[in-house]
Design a protein around this ligand. Structure first.
Ligand SMILES: [Zn+2]
Length: 596
């Protein structure tokens, strides 16, 4: 078996960070770097840089940074070795069989693998049931009544869970350990603790993760009567392979279309997603009942920053739409809202009006704010076609809209929308702008950089010395030694970063920025990356020497200033003479610097 460390080194040498990062977000060449919008914080203008030579990334906005593995770890929420494997796969490097790191990890890894296999077996089982005579044919008839033909059943892998109560359980027990069957969530227990199939007499929708592996199921009752057949929809519970907030139904099938069409359509349920996909809109995903989560948006955000929300027009759907809009705007997405006429959900609308009508509505879906203005006006009882409404109604409408306007991260966009709102509500534009400005000022207060991430303040000579340590081919070892002996970095806010670099350079090797970054606290790491991305002249020893002299001078001056404060504070006579003696020494040293 290959040593993981060595394999990681080999992958890192062969992988191109620009290409790997480019799979997650659009990058544009800018000078020596590639720039894009940071996937780790919300921004409108790109401050995320990838360095093709140093093979590192760095965000000047939020301060994240690292090498290709760190990037994949953060994006995919993976551990180091899994990130190495994924990067290797992306770059077509053969991955050696993996050695589990700890017994616990071996157990978890084994369990995940087993659960994926179990879900594949259950998917196949449900599909076989749908093709079988008896109950299966009744379910098939139900699906066909709803316009779901065999091609659709095939495409979405639909199946059927029979009514027996333990049919699936018995099937799985023959193939998988009892513990895995329990952990899969496909089995429930009744009051007496007796296990039974969670899904009974239901059409089954396999729910896949972003790579297309089935990780959960949704089951729809055959009838619409909850008395007879229980809740209309039930879902798998969360398991080690299924975290609901991180999965979007149909995402694995839709992602290529989302990339090509540069937008995603977001619906509520599986039936909606299937109906919309069948209507020729392949870039559709479903959030499965809940309003959007940050993790779901992160999935979409890998492929596009534009989303059309098409939730149910009922109150719950509209509330979910409005909550999701807040999140979309916060994350810098461009959002439109499709609200279908006649209170129809997408499935119903397409069945009644056809695919072409849906596509037309989709193409004409208004920007989120147009939609919200309509909502605000009707909620406030303002009928813009008849009268301008009461002042109180308008105020209610403005208060409804303000939070959304505030979420717009771009000032120009905010201003443009303010004009539109003022025009539509027939309110005084300067007054609206004033209100917005005040709200925006408050908002700025909220999004200030977290102090623990702010890099230490630095002097130019200090920054350049750090840069020379990192880049000074041929003299970094000598520089490290001189620094250590002179100690001019001690007491500086950057002392820890200096120490780390000095230690790394003492051996004479080129310091590995990502390894170094990992050993540092966030503010120091951030500073290191800031410095590494700074364009600079060819490093030379002469420059290093003059930076050292500058720091020595600063150090003497600050000691002198400190001494002066102590002297002015009126110390005891014995102490004073020592202070004055030291002062003289310092003055001489400073004078000597100038003459020497
Ligand atoms: Zn960032």
């Amino acid at each position: 078996m290959t040593e993981p460390g060595r394999f990681a080194d080999r992958v890192k040498q062969q992988a191109d960070i620009v290409r790997v990062v480019g799979e997650y977000l659009p990058l544009k060449k800018a000078g020596q770097n590639f720039m894009g919008r940071c996937p780790f914080h919300n921004e409108k203008t790109p401050s995320f840089a990838v360095h093709p030579v140093k093979q590192i990334y760095h965000c000047f906005g939020c301060g994240v940074g690292g090498d290709v593995f760190k990037f994949v770890m953060e994006m995919e929420k993976l551990e180091f070795l899994d990130a190495v494997r994924l990067v290797a796969e992306k770059c077509g490097i053969a991955v050696p069989p993996r050695r589990p790191r700890s017994p616990e990890e071996r157990r978890e890894q084994g369990q995940r693998k087993l659960l994926l296999e179990l879900h594949a077996a259950a998917t196949e089982f449900f599909q076989r049931q749908l093709r079988s005579a008896g109950e299966g044919s009744v379910a098939l008839g139900y699906l066909e009544d709803r316009g779901l033909d065999r091609a659709v059943i095939e495409r979405f892998g639909l199946g059927y869970a029979p009514s027996g109560g333990d049919v699936l359980m018995r099937h799985l027990r023959g193939k998988f350990p009892e513990k895995a069957v329990e952990a899969s969530g496909l089995v429930s227990r009744d009051a007496s603790g007796r296990p039974y199939d969670r899904f009974r007499k239901r059409v089954m929708f396999p729910i896949a993760n972003d790579t297309g592996r089935v990780v959960a199921f949704g089951g729809r009752a055959l009838g619409d009567d909850p008395e007879a057949s229980g809740p209309k929809y039930i879902n798998s519970p969360e398991t080690p392979i299924y975290v609901k907030s991180g999965v979007l139904y149909n995402f694995h099938a839709a992602k290529e279309s989302i990339r090509q069409l540069e937008f995603a359509v977001m619906v509520e349920g599986y039936m909606d997603a299937i109906a919309v996909a069948r209507a020729g809109v392949a870039n559709v995903v479903a959030s499965c009942g809940t309003s959007l989560t940050e993790n779901q948006l992160r999935l979409v955000g890998r492929f596009t920053r534009r989303v059309v929300m098409n939730y149910d027009p009922d109150t719950a759907g509209q509330t979910a739409t409005e909550r999701s809009l807040v999140l979309l705007l916060e994350q810098g997405f461009e959002a439109r809202v499709l609200r279908l006429p006649g209170g129809a959900d997408p499935d119903k609308f397409i069945r009644e009006q056809g695919a072409a009508a849906y596509q037309k509505m989709l193409a004409e879906a208004p920007a989120f704010l147009e939609h919200l203005i309509e909502r605000a006006l009707s909620a406030a009882g303002v009928d813009p076609s008849r009268s301008l409404g009461t002042a109180e109604g308008k105020l209610r409408a403005v208060n409804f809209l303000l939070p959304y306007l505030q979420k717009l991260p771009n000032r120009l966009l905010r201003s443009e929308w303010a004009s539109r709102v003022a025009d539509r509500l027939k309110i005084d534009e300067p007054m609206l702008r004033d209100t917005l400005r005040k709200a925006a000022a408050e908002r700025r207060g909220e999004v200030k950089m977290r102090p623990e991430l702010a890099p230490p303040a630095t002097k130019p000579a200090e920054r350049r010395l750090l840069q020379l340590l990192a880049e000074g081919e041929g003299f970094r070892q000598r520089l490290a030694t001189e620094l250590r002996e002179a100690g001019v970095h001690r007491g500086l806010p950057t002392e820890k970063l200096f120490e780390a670099l000095i230690t790394a350079c003492a051996a004479g090797d080129r310091p590995d920025p990502s390894a170094l970054g990992e050993s540092l606290e966030a503010p120091e790491r951030r500073l290191l990356y800031d410095i590494l991305f700074e364009p600079a002249a060819e490093p030379s020893w002469d420059e290093a020497a003059s930076c050292l002299a500058a720091l020595r001078h600063l150090r003497l001056e600050s000691e002198l200033a400190d001494l002066q404060r102590q002297i002015e504070a009126g110390p005891a006579a014995s102490e004073l003479s020592a202070l004055l003696a030291r002062k003289l020494e310092l003055r001489r040293a400073l004078a000597g610097e100038v003459s020497g």
